[in-house]
Design a protein around this ligand. Structure first.
Ligand code: HEC
Length: 136
């Protein structure tokens, strides 16, 4: 019986795991890669001039073979590209490459949304109340 349940559990937990893998891939990218490869892997990072990572976009879809190759470059390094095998395990390299398939900008919305919501409301309340009060 238990054996029949296991695959169901595995399937059910997959979307969440995927989202977590994606987020971790993005977080690792922002720690280790963006300065050379740019925020979204477009080759426009601040250190790209010095390292010749410039103009080589590393984002976008990859064939399984290209994924393997990219993971290998990450782990072993290539020319000016540093080897990162000592920084994180292979699974993390796979997460980063996965994230690069569809990279999204650094997520600030939760903070800026709050700020955006609070500030105009406060601003309006502050400017309205004092202006109306003295004129009456
Ligand atoms: C010090 C700057 C630097 C850092 C940091 C860096 N890279 Fe690179 N990367 C390069 C350079 C330069 C190349 C081109 C290597 C070559 O000439 O073969 C490259 C190549 C690559 C390639 C292969 C591109 C291709 O067209 O085959 C991938 C994929 C890649 N980097 C991903 C990453 C990821 C992911 C990270 C972070 C974990 C990272 N790099 C960190 C400089 C960097």
């Amino acid at each position: 019986m238990l054996l029949f349940f296991l695959p169901v559990v595995a399937l059910a937990s997959q979307p969440t795991k995927r989202a977590k893998d994606y987020d971790r891939g993005g977080a690792l990218y922002r720690q280790n890669c963006w300065m050379c490869h740019g925020e979204l892997g477009e080759g426009d990072g601040p250190a790209s001039d010095a390292t010749a990572a410039e103009n080589s976009s590393i984002s976008g879809e990859r064939t399984p073979q290209e994924v393997t190759e990219a993971v290998r470059v990450l782990m072993d390094g290539r020319h000016a590209m540093p080897a990162l095998a000592e920084v994180f395990p292979r699974e993390d390299a796979e997460r980063i490459v996965k994230w690069l398939e569809n990279p999204k900008p650094i997520q600030k919305p939760s903070k800026s949304k709050k700020d955006g919501k609070n500030e105009p409301r406060k601003g309006r309340a502050n400017t309205k109340t004092p202006k109306k009060a003295p004129s009456r």
